[in-house]
Every structure is written in structure tokens, then in C-alpha cells.
Design a protein around this ligand. Structure first.
Ligand code: ATP
Length: 262
């Protein structure tokens, strides 16, 4: 496939990031194609979260740029990047614990529509039938409809993560970034989440996923980039990455050996 044939929606162009003397990312060049699920894997401390933070504007790169849909994201604020169609599910869910599950899912729809969170969310929530209907539909998708009136703060960790996913989906992002979406989940919840993410994929949403659980990675990814020591040491299809000597070496002695994968 030539460069012109590829529909690249996200290009991380020659990005480096250092924290003082520590080089967390070195010359990262990464292209993500529209509609694909691109996994970023690598041992602890490899630079995965730093890379995600650079993409969403939480960290400024020391060098290089991030381009999404032809627009340079670098230098923009996280909320501006979000409004361009990039949403992120965090490792630790960022939710409103005192609001109901349904209200939590409705709030980002206001932010997307109005450009910022409304000052009086509680009042806005009373007058938004259209958004409420959509939030309910999405809660059915993530299997939380029955819990829609529960306090969000009372949900289990796995349910909170699914709720946060619903909070992203209601924004209809073009690019969804998932930072360890199944961390801390039971195997049953992990499998439910894999099925859900496959369903989203069928709708054509592009995803970048950071994940330690190789079962999740190999179930979902179209392409995998392997980070180690802040550099991309391998990239390819799941089969190519699984067979790569370099990748096996990077994982040797680590807690997440690739040979654990079926
Ligand atoms: N804000 C920061 N200040 C200083 N050093 C940092 C900061 N954030 C990350 N680092 C360092 O940068 C390197 C990459 O960290 P990062 O969290 O991106 O790795 P990771 O691949 O996401 O690791 P894990 O799988 O453990 O989450 C590590 O050495 C980490 O200690």
C-alpha cells in the first residue's frame, strides 16, 4: 500500500519529550489509519502514557508535532483538541461522583454542544430530553442502563470505566484514545468490554489503545506499535509483532511477557 492509499487520520510526527534529564519519548513517528484500532504496547515506563498525554494536549512535546485530520494539535488546549473530535478514556475514570450515571453521560454532550461545561449543570439536566434519550441508548450499549439512576460514585471500578466510555461515546469522537480500558476489571468484565469495543469498531470509529492485557490487544488491534525506552522498536500487524524477536527481548524479564498470549 502506498502512502497515498492510506487514510491517515492521526500522525504523531517526530515527537520527543523529555522531563528534565529523562528522555521519555524519542523521535516517535506514528500513523493511525481511519477506522482502525491501533494498539500501543510496551513494558512499564516505556512512554505509553506520555505519548497519549502529548496527543491529547496534556503535555507539550519537546520536539515534533501531532496532526489530526490535517490540523496541528500541538499547542492547542485539551478541550480544543476534544472539540476537534478526539476523546480519551483515562486510566483513572474522571467522573462526577455526586451525579447519577445518566447525568454523568449527559454532561459531555453539553460540553461538546456549548463549547464548555455549563455553570449550572443541574438546571441544564432538567431540560434536555433529546440528550437524555441518547444517553440512555448509549448506557444500554455499555450495559449500564439498569444502573442509570445510581450515584456514579457508588459504581464498581469496572462499571465506572464503562460509564466513562459512555461519556466519550456521546461526544461521537472521530478518534477515541483508551488508556488501559480493562485495567482492574474481572475477566468477565474484560470480555464484555472487548465485545463493546468491537461493536464500536464496526461503526468505523478510529481507536488508539494502550493496554497491558495481551488478550485484549490481540482481540482488538489491527496494528500494534511497540514502545520500549521511549522509542518505537517494532510496528506491524498482531502476527508480525508477535513474531518479532526484538519485541520478545523488550518483554523478557518483564511482568507482561508476550508468550502469555494464545
Ligand atoms: N510528569 C513526569 N515527570 C517526570 N517523569 C515522568 C513524568 N511522566 C512520566 N515520567 C517518566 O517518563 C517515563 C515514561 O513514563 P510513562 O508513564 O509514559 O510510561 P508507561 O509506558 O505509560 O508506563 P506504565 O505502563 O507503567 O504506565 C518513565 O520513566 C516515567 O517515570
Amino acid at each position: 500500500m502506498t502512502q497515498a492509499d492510506k487514510n491517515v487520520v492521526l500522525h504523531v510526527a517526530d515527537v520527543s519529550k523529555s522531563f528534565g534529564g529523562l528522555q521519555a519519548l524519542s523521535d516517535i513517528d506514528l500513523e493511525v489509519e481511519e477506522g482502525k484500532t491501533h494498539a500501543i504496547i510496551g513494558p512499564n515506563g516505556a512512554g505509553k502514557s506520555t505519548l497519549l498525554n502529548v496527543i491529547v494536549g496534556r503535555l507539550a512535546p519537546s520536539r515534533g508535532a501531532v496532526v489530526f485530520d490535517g490540523k496541528v494539535l500541538t499547542g492547542k488546549k485539551p478541550y480544543q483538541i476534544n472539540q476537534l473530535g478526539v476523546a480519551r478514556v483515562f486510566q483513572t475514570p474522571e467522573i462526577f461522583p455526586d451525579l447519577s450515571v445518566l447525568q454523568n453521560v449527559m454532561v459531555p454532550a453539553f460540553a461538546k454542544r456549548d463549547g464548555a461545561f455549563r455553570v449550572n449543570i443541574a438546571r441544564a439536566l432538567d431540560f434536555e430530553d433529546g440528550i437524555e434519550a441518547e444517553a440512555e441508548e448509549i448506557l444500554r450499549d455499555v450495559d449500564l442502563f439498569e444502573r442509570r439512576h445510581s450515584h456514579a460514585g457508588a459504581l464498581s471500578r469496572g462499571d465506572k470505566r464503562r460509564m466513562e466510555l459512555a461519556m466519550c461515546l456521546i461526544q461521537h469522537p472521530r478518534l477515541l484514545l483508551l488508556d488501559e480500558p480493562t485495567a482492574g476489571m474481572s475477566r468477565h468484565d474484560t470480555n464484555t468490554t472487548i465485545e463493546l469495543l468491537k461493536k464500536i469498531k464496526a461503526r468505523g470509529m478510529t481507536k488508539v489503545i494502550i493496554e497491558h492485557d495481551m488478550h485484549v490487544v490481540f482481540s482488538l488491534a489491527d496494528r500494534i506499535s511497540v514502545l520500549s525506552g521511549g522509542r518505537i522498536i517494532a510496528e506491524g500487524t498482531p502476527d508480525e509483532v508477535r513474531g518479532s524477536e526484538k519485541v520478545q527481548e523488550a518483554y523478557l524479564g518483564g511482568a507482561h511477557r508476550l508468550e502469555a498470549v494464545e
